[in-house]
Design a protein around this ligand. Structure first.
Ligand code: GDP
Ligand code: MG
Length: 171
């Protein structure tokens, strides 16, 4: 049973991870939920989402974060994946322009979406500038952040900004 706060309210937000294969979606999630990084991460099999508890303004919020089970390789991510999502992290790899070119927001129900340029630890082989990322985010009305799942830069922050923005929109 889920815990309720003193007013009996429960907050459960579905958040989806979107982006090309190998941009680091699964590692962003494992960094956020377990503070782990996996260098040979394989396609997630069987696990559809992880639930992470976050406290906002004294309220317990459950973030249910969905990761694709590798379907993005086959462009087979279905509408069920996006259905009911309140938030989205749209991830590209700052070292691969093709992953930036394919960014597009898909999530009609989302009240908070963030464009995430991951692998910012790889500055020496950067292919997408911070300015390009910012400009696209502004054009599409998204939050923007560069992250590294490897060294943990901005990972918690990115998820927390999205969760807080959803909270502000629903409460
Ligand atoms: P997904 O396919 O989008 O889920 O990507 P994964 O999380 O499986 O990561 C793909 C590859 O990129 C793996 O080899 C990871 O170790 C690597 N990777 C993920 N995030 C980072 C990061 O922030 N920095 C670096 N240097 N490598 C990363
Ligand atoms: Mg993955």
């Amino acid at each position: 049973m889920g815990k309720e706060d003193d007013r009996g309210e429960e907050y459960l937000f579905k958040i989806v991870l979107i982006g090309d294969s190998a941009v680091g979606k699964s590692n962003l999630l494992s960094r956020f939920s377990r503070d782990e990084f996996d260098t040979n991460s394989k396609a997630t099999i069987g696990v559809e989402f992880q639930t992470q508890l976050v406290e906002i303004e004294g309220k317990e919020v459950k973030a249910q974060i969905w990761d694709t089970a590798g379907q993005e390789r086959f462009r087979a991510v279905t509408s069920a994946y996006y259905r009911g999502a309140f938030g989205a992290l749209i991830v590209y790899d700052i070292t691969r322009s093709d992953t930036f070119q394919s960014v597009k927001p898909h999530c009609d129900t989302a009240v908070a979406q963030m464009l995430v340029g991951n692998k910012c630890d790889l500055e020496d082989i950067r292919a997408v500038s911070v300015e390009e990322g910012k400009a696209l985010a502004e054009e599409e009305g998204l939050f923007f952040m560069e992250t590294s799942a490897l060294d943990a830069t901005n990972v918690d922050k990115a998820f927390e900004i999205v969760i807080r923005e959803i909270f502000n929109n629903v409460s």
